[in-house]
Design a binder for this molecule. Structure first.
Ligand code: ADP
Ligand code: MG
Length: 715
């Protein structure tokens, strides 16, 4: 049994002692990596249940439970060479021990190793323990030395006393993330046992024909759990150690293959070729007060080309805020309608859905096309009527929220599904709409996202979609000028709002709180609206909008703002997406440091839509952390959504950027983005080869990495 756990009684009792005691012998014989962890020694039903909560069910799962750091117990450090605060193993002899009374009673022992003397201090001890510390007894300690007034001391080191031969570890000691009730010793034992099974029955190295690095599958796993004493730990901490890269590569390949599978499955479905006469499209374009940009033209024709095929389109349109994605969506919708099919347009929030409804009504009504509306709030007769019209095929386009997914919605001839803001919906939700095609086959899918994602990342997040980018803003826009101000300037900011509104401009005042779901947001917005109403001249009409308002009220507030009947709109981040009021040219965002850059960029995109020079004031709370400062500087210095997204990714990681969980990106076991971005080209090449050459390898990789992992988009 490895030091420091020794149940002989000569060793201190760590807090995980209970775990050790409850370990019951079990049959490790014949267990393999995919057998249940209950096959391991010490894993009874209760522990198994706890582990299952952490997603650890098979022995193999333990191999993916990686240490967060390591301790070096492979060598002995002379007392004289101990460095303050640096953990070390000391081998010495007890010279003196006593129980020191006082406010905090302690057992204090002096130990010497020839190079020097140090003391150890225990606050939790049993009186009987003093006996162990008899002068001359050999002792081995591991702990953090502190150099006080002259003497070196370790408080509560792990120690073993009475054994002549110190047992050093042959590898660095892993320190696992611990969970309530599951201590370090337990994790070390469990992962150690899993490694034994791994060694006994090494699984095939699935990447070996495709990758020639210094680490194989088994070596990489063993290395990360039990690194040799000379391992480059900084590199492991930075996540760029070759062992980690080997595993990350495999995981990303598996992910890529699973996305590819998803896409192939989808592509195998027949879809109705949507070829209209183009009459409706021409009519719409003729009615617009502007010309489509070259980027809009290009992306539209990519979409029309996809639509004309008998396999489902799976296309993502990325475009910065204000780049005009709606028009592109409208063109696609008209083509489908022209060809005699129905269109479903789904947005993540009611407010955004309403914006689309307004837009499409304005554009489509003159063409004689009614726009249907369905959200969870549409009830009773109204709901019956719309559902009937959809089922009969009379309603050509239905706009709404995720309510469109619901079972009672059935389309006669659904040809095209448009989803705005993809990252808010899971792959599964998106696919469930495609089941609604009725007899006409799978509908084509168009996904719009205003959260620009760095290209490399989108390759991972949206590997199941083709990608089009609207990389041009409509002409005549002047970039929003962004200014950072600390909260002490609030009064001056309010004055500035008063002046702007006095000149006939409109403004947004955005309130944020830490937890979006909290009623606090609403309270904060209400309080702010009240305060601003009091502080501003009477001529400034203040409105308020937030997520808790009933849909009809939201709609009427937005309509009033659009009409210019409200000068200052106090809002929560509900206005983040889609809201489009060209006359609004000033935005104040309170506590911008609480939001992700992508979200800030979205918010800011609500201004700068008209010809007036627009301003965005980020009213931050001091003190700002260095990262927060860096992030706000990015906002101040750039209006380019792609650049901002890239910086955000660097500063915060992908989970936050994409909305954790929804893409599965944040849930890789080993792979980290953007840290492992450099692997992605290789990932592409290897996945292509495996897909072409070895379906068995592909299957094995999916089994290894994806089994039971919903978020990867397995169907
Ligand atoms: P987003 O890509 O953020 O969804 P929208 O589709 O809401 O952008 O478009 C933003 C604004 O720009 C809308 O008012 C829209 O009518 C207008 N717009 C779209 N395309 C053009 C264009 N080619 N020229 C001028 N204005 C345009
Ligand atoms: Mg939009």
């Amino acid at each position: 049994m490895a030091w420091p756990i020794n149940v002989s009684g000569a060793v201190i009792i760590p807090d995980y002692y209970d775990d050790v005691l409850t370990m019951t012998p079990a049959d490790e014989q014949g267990s393999s990596l995919n057998s249940s962890i209950t096959r391991l020694r010490g894993v009874g039903p209760k522990l198994a249940e706890k582990l299952a909560d952490l997603g650890i069910r098979a022995i193999e799962d333990l191999l993916f439970y990686f240490p967060i750091r390591y301790e070096d117990r492979t060598r002995v450090t002379p007392i004289a060479a101990l460095r303050d605060g640096v953990n070390a193993v000391v081998v010495a002899e007890v010279t003196l021990a006593s129980i020191v009374p006082g406010r905090r009673r302690a057992l204090v022992a002096k130990v010497a190793d020839g190079s020097g003397v140090m003391s150890l201090r225990l606050f939790h001890f049993r009186n009987a323990q003093l006996k162990q510390f008899s002068p001359g007894a050999p002792i081995m300690l591991y702990g953090q030395p502190r150099r006080g007034s002259g003497a070196v001391e370790m408080v509560h080191p792990e120690y073993r006393i009475g054994s002549e031969t110190p047992e050093l570890e042959s590898h660095l000691t892993p320190v696992y993330p611990t969970i309530e009730g599951l201590g370090q010793a337990l994790w070390r034992r469990l992962c150690g046992q899993a490694l034994t099974v791994l060694d006994k029955e090494p699984p095939p190295d699935l990447l070996s024909p495709y990758y020639s690095g210094s680490f194989g599958w088994v070596e990489a796993l063993r290395f990360l759990h039990h690194p040799p004493p000379d391992a480059r730990l900084e590199s492991i901490i930075e996540c760029d150690h070759p062992a980690q890269l080997r595993l990350a590569l495999e995981e990303l390949v598996a992910h890529q293959l699973s996305m590819r599978q998803l896409r192939e499955k989808e592509r195998e479905q027949p879809a109705p070729p949507l070829r209209g006469s183009g009459a409706l499209r021409r009519q719409l374009l003729a009615s617009l007060p502007f010309q489509p940009t070259a980027a809009q033209e290009r992306v539209s024709s990519e979409i029309l080309d996809d639509l004309s095929r008998p396999t489902p389109m799976l296309r993502l349109v990325q475009g910065d805020v204000g780049s005009g994605k709606t028009l592109v969506a409208a063109i696609a919708a008209l083509e489908a309608i022209d060809a005699g099919f129905q269109v479903a347009l789904m947005a993540p929030t009611e407010l955004l859905a309403e914006q689309h409804l307004q837009n499409f009504k304005t554009w489509f009504s003159p063409l004689g096309i009614e726009v249907g509306w369905l959200t969870g709030r549409v009830k009773g007769k109204q709901r019956q009527a719309i559902l009937a019209a959809v089922t009969a095929g009379d309603s050509k386009i239905l706009v709404g929220t995720h309510a469109l997914f619901q079972d009672d919605v059935s389309f006669a001839r659904l040809g095209l599904v448009i989803v705005d803001e993809q990252h808010r919906f899971g792959v599964h939700q998106r696919l469930s709409l495609t089941e609604k095609g009725g007899n006409s086959g799978h509908p084509h899918q168009l996904v719009l996202t205003a959260t620009p994602i760095p290209r490399t990342l989108s390759m991972v997040a949206y590997a199941d979609l083709d990608c089009s980018i609207i990389d041009e803003l409509p002409p005549g826009r002047t970039p929003v000028q962004t200014t950072l101000l600390d909260n002490s300037r609030r009064a001056a900011v309010i004055e500035r709002v008063g002046v702007a509104c006095g000149e006939g401009r409109q403004a947004y005042w955005v309130c944020t709180v830490i937890d979006e779901s909290d009623t606090l947001t609403v309270q904060a917005a209400e309080a702010t609206a009240g305060h601003l109403t009091g502080a501003l001249p009477d001529t400034v009409r203040v409105g308020l909008i937030h997520g808790r308002l009933p849909g009809s009220e939201k709609e009427s507030v937005m309509a009033a703002f659009k009409r210019g009947d409200i000068d200052l709109l106090v809002a929560t981040t509900v206005i983040e997406v889609g809201v489009d009021v060209a006359n609004a040219s000033l935005m104040i965002i309170e506590n911008p440091e609480r939001l992700g850059l992508a979200q800030l960029h979205q918010l800011r995109g609500r201004v700068g839509r008209g010809a007036d020079k627009s301003h965005c004031l980020l009213l931050y709370q001091t003190p700002l952390s260095q990262t927060a400062r860096a992030r706000l500087n990015v906002m101040r210095d750039s209006n380019d959504g792609f650049f901002i997204a890239e910086q955000d990714l660097r500063l915060r990681g992908p989970g936050e950027l994409l909305g954790t969980r929804q893409t599965g990106l944040a849930q890789f076991r080993v792979a980290k983005l953007p840290e492992h971005e450099a692997l992605l080209d290789q990932v592409q090449v290897i996945s292509d080869r495996i897909a072409a050459e070895s379906p068995e390898t592909a299957r094995a990789l999916l089994d290894r990495w994806m089994a039971g992992r919903d978020s990867y988009g397995r169907v």
